[in-house]
Design a protein around this ligand. Sequence first.
Ligand code: NAI
Length: 286
Amino acid sequence: RGKRAFIAGVADDNGYGWAIAKSLAEAGAEILVGTWVPALNIFESSLRRGKFDESRKLQDGSLMKITKVYPLDAVYDSPEDVPEDVKANKRYAGASNWTVQEVVESVKNDFGTIDILVHSLANGPEVSKLLSETSRKGYLAAISASSYSYISLLKHFLPIMNQGGSSLSLTYIASERIIPGYGGGMSSAKAALESDTRVLAFEAGRKKRIRVNTISAGPLGSRAAKAIGFIDMMIDYSFTNAPLQKELHAEEVGNTAAFLASPLASAITGSVIYVDNGLNAMGVGV
Ligand code: NAI
């Protein structure tokens, strides 16, 4: 039987989540995705209308199949957590069962189990503010959407993950080095995510021999990154200063994810794996 993957954080064909879905599909996995509720309609209609067909092409010429798209808002664990104004919001009211617990229940009813969990989402409402000027609310929102969302997904999916499965997330070097511009507590959120990767690797490993890793990816002009505003500069900086002076392709992150999810990586867990043309290894820019 092929493996089944759930990828949280796919809403277009530009980001790392999409590239990971493609690489996993290329390797024979069945693909389920979790799409942020406010982005659901446009993603599904674009899929239906064939807008992504060019980027769905696999090496054998067939189109990647997304077996099911689940609406998801990973800042809410269960319906009791959803505030009234969100419930009443037109975009949210039009979808159902999108809290983490409900999504996992739906996946369980639809498919029984999964083998691979991917967390490819982040959000920090105050990302453009300096850390020293970030509000408590903004900081906690960044941690909630970008770090706890992973704990929640893994916590709820673990009971339906097959023994020997694999889980991974995406992180950024701003967790350990100063990257001015990555503000609002997003650097803190990535530091938490990396630390949690180690502890979760222990817990999920002992419970079900599930591996937990995170990919520290280089800069990509995704929708989320463009919203931060300094992505073109980071891409140029990387091109100039990294050991490998080449464009970083989302596919390279996707392929690393497929490797980490495969038996080829059977002894790798609790790791931060850099896929950044080597930029992390530099001490100075030259
Ligand atoms: P993206 O825009 O493709 O992915 C982010 C996704 O998160 C979007 O689909 C968005 O709808 C979703 N999302 C936001 N809040 C959500 C919520 N509450 N519930 C469910 N989904 C939610 O952008 P990208 O850049 O590919 O991001 C994927 C991951 O890669 C993130 O963790 C990001 O921090 C990480 N990353 C990105 C880098 C970059 O330069 N683009 C560099 C290193 C890491």
